[in-house]
Design a protein around this ligand. Structure first.
Ligand SMILES: NC(=O)c1ccc[n+]([C@@H]2O[C@H](COP(=O)([O-])OP(=O)(O)OC[C@H]3O[C@@H](n4cnc5c(N)ncnc54)[C@H](O)[C@@H]3O)[C@@H](O)[C@H]2O)c1
Length: 426
């Protein structure tokens, strides 16, 4: 598995009920601002479909273990639903539902023709053999096969799932479909129809948001002091991209602590020493805490680890002028209000981390065309979409005198609400 030990905390630390409730609150406000009726909110506040399945797997010891899996589809008025599959022991139904709604918002923001979806299996892949994992992955596809497919609902990797699991799932679906179906799932290995640039897509999207936000604030990225919480897929690539852009990455962290150097950290060296769990701080004695990291004097702060990191307890101590959320849900609603009041610019998660689903969309388009793009082509198209999405949301926030989170929710929910109306659902 390529995912990290630390991600275990992602699910544990975030208060998932709060995530769903606070998401619903902002959706309500966004729909109200857009002038949609209460009926539209009633339709969009929860997923349209939640499938719970049982997956029997014969384990290596000869006994059968029955796993529980989910596939949640938020709304398919715009197009098929899309979202990752999480393998995690602590995953809950409400959490997957909230994540499916966030996927809808991200797709609306970058204007790709999908609704949001999300899947999960309650399991701990770190304790399973490769054979058991393959059997579980294939069993999941058989169990949900009636509601997924390249034109219905397209899964992708998430916490503790990777391109190998996507490959098994694609193969199983192709057998059921009796047709080679690469467009059933994204995040596949390149040889099975994966896309160039997908692994770093989230960090690329975050980088573009940082660059655009810095321009708005008159901050020159060259020499700007950047702090990144989390050094896994998103945080690691992001630190590298910031370093390459001439910024000074003065702080990074992982689940065990944080590193700080006011003159800038040697990111290439740290990436080289990082383990497969995104951990590097354990190699150093002179560390600071994650709490101290978030409050460092810097220009740009990027939470790229877990949820609920900036709360009403520490919001007043945040010194960064710009906060760009690579992680899902790092800032609470109260903290957003405090930081906005203090004049900080927050680029919200549903916009900042939408690069991943954008390149997943590119992968699906390439699979449908049977024609594959170069890395440059993928990067160019991602750049174009992210810049336009950022501009749109920034300008909405400015014109309407609202924060960028509410503006992003307005952009994220609009296509869906409009499509539901045209279809005559509401
Ligand atoms: N990777 C993507 O494509 C993607 C896309 C959208 C959103 N995100 C979000 O970005 C965040 C990071 O995702 P990732 O894929 O980089 O995960 P990852 O597992 O690769 O890395 C997570 C990093 O956070 C650190 N971490 C874990 N618990 C921590 C804690 N309690 N305090 C401080 N640091 C901690 C880990 O040590 C690791 O360095 C998550 O919130 C994820 O939902 C990721």
């Amino acid at each position: 598995m390529t995912t990290q030990k630390g991600t275990e905390n992602i699910t544990k630390d975030v208060k998932n009920d709060d995530i769903l409730t606070s998401t619903q609150k902002i959706i309500h406000e966004a729909l109200e601002k857009l002038g949609y009726s209460e009926e539209v909110y009633e339709l969009l506040k929860e997923p349209m479909r939640t499938l719970i399945v049982k997956i029997p797997v014969r384990m290596d010891d000869g006994k059968v273990k029955v796993f529980t899996g989910y596939r949640v589809q938020h709304n398919d008025s715009v197009g098929p639903t899309k979202g990752g599959i999480r393998f995690h022991p602590n995953v809950t139904e409400r959490e997957i539902q909230a994540l499916a709604i966030w996927m809808s918002l991200k797709c609306g923001i970058v204007n790709v023709p999908y609704g949001g979806g999300k899947g999960a299996i309650i399991c701990d892949p770190r304790t399973m053999s490769i054979r058991e994992l393959e059997a579980l992955s294939r069993g999941y596809v058989r169990a949900v096969s009636q509601i997924v497919g390249p034109t219905k609902d397209i899964p992708a990797p998430d916490v503790f799932t990777n391109s190998q699991i996507m490959a098994w799932m694609m193969d199983e679906y192709s057998k059921i479909d009796q047709f080679n179906s690469p467009g059933f799932i994204t995040g596949k290995p390149l040889v099975l129809g994966g896309s160039h640039g997908r692994e770093s897509a989230t960090a690329k999207g975050v980088t573009i948001c940082i660059r655009e936000a810095a321009k708005k604030r008159g901050i020159d990225l060259k020499g700007a002091r950047v702090v990144v919480q989390g050094f896994g897929n998103a945080g690691g690539y992001l630190s590298k991209f910031m370093h390459d852009a001439g910024a000074k990455v003065i702080g990074i962290s992982d689940a065990y602590g944080a590193l700080y150097d006011p003159d800038g950290l040697d990111i290439d060296y740290l990436l080289d020493r990082r383990d497969s769990f995104g951990t590097v701080t354990n190699l150093f004695n002179n560390t600071i805490t994650n709490k101290e990291l978030l409050e460092l004097d810097c220009d740009i702060l990027v939470p790229a680890a877990i949820g609920n990191q900036i709360t009403k307890e520490n919001a007043h101590n945040i010194k960064a002028d710009i906060i760009v959320e690579a992680a899902n849900g790092p800032t609470t609603a109260e903290a957003t209000a405090i930081l906005t009041e203090l004049g900080k610019l927050i680029v919200p998660d549903v916009l900042a981390s939408a690069g991943g689903v954008t390149v997943s969309y590119f992968e699906w388009v390439q699979n449908n065309q049977g024609y594959y793009w170069s890395e440059e082509e993928v990067a160019e198209k991602l750049e174009d979409i992210m810049v336009r999405s950022f501009e749109n949301i920034y300008n909405t926030a400015k014109t309407r005198k609202i924060d960028m989170r509410l503006a992003a929710y307005m952009a994220g929910v609009r296509n869906m609400a409009e499509a539901c109306r045209f279809r005559g659902w509401v």
